[in-house]
Structure formats: structure tokens, C-alpha cells
Design a protein around this ligand. Structure first.
Ligand SMILES: Nc1ncnc2c1ncn2[C@@H]1O[C@H](COP(=O)(O)OP(=O)(O)OP(=O)(O)O)[C@@H](O)[C@H]1O
Length: 228
């Protein structure tokens, strides 16, 4: 099954003004269920813009985007947040954690108002903290964590909805080599579980990873190479 399809997608920031800027130009892309795809390209080539459209955090100026069979390119905001909650887990280089709460409290934040009972929430939190290799710090305040641990807390939070599609934007930008390698291990286990993963990165550590099925190279808002 195809998980993500982009057809002739353009994104123009400040369209119709003298500051108009075409950040994405005629993008066609398909990602199958269970694939791990790396988006590469220098800073400013359009990787984050592409991820934000797939996450329905922003809308394309032209073209169609479908994720998990749902056409998301024109979703109204309310539906866009429901779509994200149902389908997407996002991992950024900045973790946006609540520093004075514990790891576990941060991880369950997305489930506040979910209607799940506390036992279910606890079970989901335990599962995602384990996947993100941060269970041993569950009750620790986030402000006392290392950078790598903060990221693993953010990963656990992104996994709590059991998303089918995981989007990562420069996930290793603030990590040292040891923590970057640990991140790649977590990614491998998510891949082994059948998750679909898209990682925007220019970290050479992602080159040649056995579970990466294709590298999509971007330049100046275009896909210039799509290698298997
Ligand atoms: N909100 C915005 N308004 C105007 N231009 C923007 C906006 N967001 C991004 N851009 C421009 O679009 C281009 C692509 O930006 P984008 O963040 O997608 O690149 P990137 O490849 O992810 O870079 P990085 O690796 O630095 O995050 C850049 O030239 C950027 O200045």
C-alpha cells in the first residue's frame, strides 16, 4: 500500500506579494507503507517545508497530497489536527518538552482529553517509553536530562498515539555521535515494527543505512535525485 503520495506539489510563501518565494517546485513523491526514506539536501532546499505539508501543518499552493488514503492538501485546520493525532508522529531537532514535568508526564500530554482511562494511558506510555529507550528515566524531571535523553523523551511522546507515519526533521542536529547512533537504532526498531518513516537530514550517518529504502535529494525546492 502507498502511504504518502505527492502530485505536482508547489509551495509559494507570501504568494501574490513582492516577497513571494517558491520553496517547493513540482514535487512528485511516493512512499510505500513500511518504507524508510531519507530526504537530503542543503539548508534551504525545502526539506522542512515538505515535511510540514505532509504533516498538514501548512498547505501546498498547488498540487495534491494524500496520506494513508486521506486527501490532506486541503484539510480545514480542525481536521488537520485530528489527522495528525491519528496518523502522524513528528520528531524535531528542538524537543518542545515541558521542562518541569517528568518524562512520563510529558509523554502522556498528547492523550490529555483523549477519553482514554488512566490504565490505558499508562500502558501506552510504558510501551512508547520502552521503544524510545527512556523507561529508566520515567519519573525524572525533563530539566535534569541530557540532550540525547530529552530527544528520546520527545520520541516517546511522538509514539504515544501509535502513529503509522513518523516524520523526523534534522533529528540528530543537536546530538553527539553516540546519541545519534542510538537514535538510528530506535529508528531501525520502528522500521522493524512496520512504521513508515521520512527523515529530513544532512547528517552523513544516514548514508547507506541498510533499512533506508530510498534517498530523495532536494535542491532549490526540487527533487533532483531519487535513489533506491
Ligand atoms: N514561512 C516562510 N516564509 C517565507 N519563506 C520561507 C518560510 N519558511 C521557509 N521559507 C524559505 O523556504 C526555503 C526552504 O526552507 P526549508 O526550511 O524548507 O528548508 P530546509 O531544506 O528544511 O532547510 P534546513 O535544513 O535549514 O531546515 C528557504 O529558502 C526558506 O527561507
Amino acid at each position: 500500500m502507498i502511504m504518502v503520495v505527492l502530485e505536482n506539489v508547489n509551495k509559494i510563501y507570501n504568494e501574490g506579494t513582492p516577497r513571494a518565494f517558491e520553496a517547493l517546485k513540482s514535487i512528485d513523491l511516493e512512499v510505500s507503507e513500511g518504507e524508510c526514506v531519507v530526504l537530503s539536501g542543503v539548508s534551504g532546499s525545502g526539506k522542512s517545508t515538505l515535511l510540514s505539508l505532509i504533516a498538514a501543518l501548512d498547505k501546498p499552493s498547488r498540487g495534491k497530497i494524500a496520506v494513508n488514503g486521506e486527501l490532506i492538501s486541503k484539510l480545514p485546520d480542525l481536521h488537520a489536527s485530528a489527522y495528525r493525532a491519528k496518523t502522524i508522529g513528528v520528531i524535531f531537532q528542538h524537543f518542545n518538552l515541558l521542562e518541569s514535568l517528568s518524562v512520563e508526564e510529558n509523554v502522556i500530554v498528547p492523550l490529555i482529553n483523549s477519553g482514554f482511562d488512566m490504565r490505558t494511558i499508562k500502558a501506552l506510555a510504558d510501551k512508547s517509553m520502552e521503544l524510545a529507550a527512556i523507561s529508566h528515566k520515567a519519573s525524572q524531571e525533563v530539566k535534569a536530562l541530557s540532550g540525547g535523553e530529552k530527544q528520546r523523551c520527545a520520541i516517546a511522546r511522538a509514539l504515544i498515539h501509535e502513529p503509522k507515519l513518523i516524520l523526523c526533521d534534522e533529528p540528530t542536529a543537536n546530538l553527539d555521535r553516540a546519541n545519534s547512533l542510538k537514535f538510528i537504532e530506535i529508528l531501525q526498531s520502528l522500521h522493524d515494527m512496520g512504521k513508515t518513516i521520512i527523515v529530513a537530514t544532512h547528517d552523513p550517518l544516514f548514508e547507506g543505512l541498510p533499512f533506508v529504502s530510498k534517498v530523495v535529494h532536494m535542491e532549490d525546492g526540487r527533487i533532483v535525485k531519487n535513489e533506491r
